[in-house]
Design a protein around this ligand. Structure first.
Ligand SMILES: *Cc1c(COP(=O)(O)O)cnc(C)c1O
Length: 384
């Protein structure tokens, strides 16, 4: 969360006073947010939902991914990027990241097999993946691209907003994200054909509220519809976001510039457009990374628990559903999918994560805070 305050209180009060927190009975906040967020991102369709996990799952449902399919996911992301694949009955295949911390385009190329239907690049920590190369590989190998932009609201890549470059993009607005309504999410696409499937994947009972459509047969899902409260808060958060992002990006640029030659920064894909909320430094050994991190203090990426595949217990143990008969790992259609995992399977990713240290920027930092941080970084580098 970057900021929340009195404006959100006012927005929520407005919804309470209206007596209508349901989006399909005269409420306007969710609809307004979807329209505004679409304009902000430069994308045609936005569907608000109750979480980022629901947004990712809806994306795969809209793309008709299911049993018999494999979906490539990076070794460094929140577990939901992989659990959404199981939620639709398909099998996640875990793929290495490269030094930029995003999924490695060459590793995607190597990992595509006859059953691979999609890849889910994730823009971790607001950094942009190498989308140009990822899209090129994906088009060449005929796999769909679902961008996990859950940590990257407001970020971009070479002038396009993250989440709008692949076939579908997913956002989370939970507490930890740049923009938050407590719990929430959105799924976005430019492909008109997917819109009704996305709406249906988020609310299988939507036809009760907005009417049956002759030319569209819906399917069932677990509803993840947002309330007007979330919509109202997000409308305030969206107004605030661009200035906060600009501030963090400026801080990041300054830190990188003034520490250049002292500490080695991780490769950056799109510095002028990414969120700028984290500065990454890379060391030649895990030991040096640790010693550096202790002094700041900062975070070694391998120590971020749930963001490393080695911590995805239910997936590593093939507990893919609440019931064995629904567990994708038991389905006959998935027999030929690659579903062997081990903690040592992505050694290159673990090595990179062990050697990479993340330092956060903040919209609350003043110039003198950044000056002090830069001094600390230089001092820590001298003591390695
Ligand atoms: C937060 C997050 C999600 C899931 O979002 P929820 O809103 O918590 O369901 C998915 N992927 C990534 C990379 C995330 O950081």
């Amino acid at each position: 969360m970057l900021r929340i305050g009195e404006e959100e209180v006012k927005a929520v009060r407005r919804v309470v006073n209206s007596g209508m927190p349901f989006r399909y009975r005269g409420g306007s906040e969710c609809a307004r947010f979807e329209e505004r967020y679409g304009k902000y991102l430069g994308v045609k369709h936005v569907v608000q939902t109750s979480s980022g996990t629901a947004a990712l799952t809806a994306a795969l449902m809209a793309l008709e991914i299911g049993p018999g399919d494999e979906v490539l996911v990076p070794a460094h992301t929140f577990m939901a990027s992989a659990t959404c694949v199981l939620a639709v009955g398909a099998i996640p295949v875990i793929v290495d990241i490269d030094e930029s911390i995003g999924i490695d385009p060459d590793a995607i190329d190597d990992a595509v097999g006859p059953r691979t239907r999609a890849v889910i690049p994730c823009h971790m920590w607001g950094l942009a993946c190498d989308m140009r190369r990822i899209m090129r590989v994906a088009r060449k190998r005929k796999v769909l691209v679902v961008e996990d932009a859950c940590q990257a609201a407001g970020g971009g890549y070479e002038g396009k907003m993250l989440g709008t470059i692949g076939d579908v993009g997913a956002f989370s607005f939970n507490y930890y994200k740049n923009m938050t309504c407590g719990e929430g999410g959105a799924v976005v696409t430019n492909r008109k054909k997917l819109l009704r499937r996305l709406l249906c994947a988020i609310d299988g009972a939507r036809f009760y509220w907005t009417g049956r459509e002759k030319d569209f047969r819906g399917f069932l899902c677990n509803t993840s519809r947002p309330s007007e409260f979330e919509g109202a808060i997000l409308n305030v958060q969206l107004t605030r976001l661009p200035a906060l992002i600009r501030k963090m990006r400026r801080q990041k640029k300054r830190i990188l510039k003034e520490t250049a030659g002292v500490v080695r920064a991780a490769p950056v894909n799109s510095l002028d457009y990414e969120c700028g909320q984290a500065v990454m430094f890379q060391f030649d050994t895990p030991k040096r990374a640790e010693r550096f991190a202790e002094q700041i203090p900062a975070t070694v990426l391998s120590k971020t628990g749930r963001h490393v595949y080695t911590e995805w217990d239910p997936i590593l143990a093939h507990r893919g559903a609440h019931h064995p008969a629904l567990n994708p790992y038991n389905l006959p259609q998935n027999k030929k999918c690659r579903r062997r995992y081990s903690r040592g399977m992505c050694k290159r990713s673990l090595d990179i994560l062990n050697r990479t240290v993340s330092i956060g920027t903040s919209p609350d930092h003043k110039a003198k805070d950044t000056t002090a941080l830069i001094r600390k970084i230089k001092r820590a580098a001298e003591r390695l």
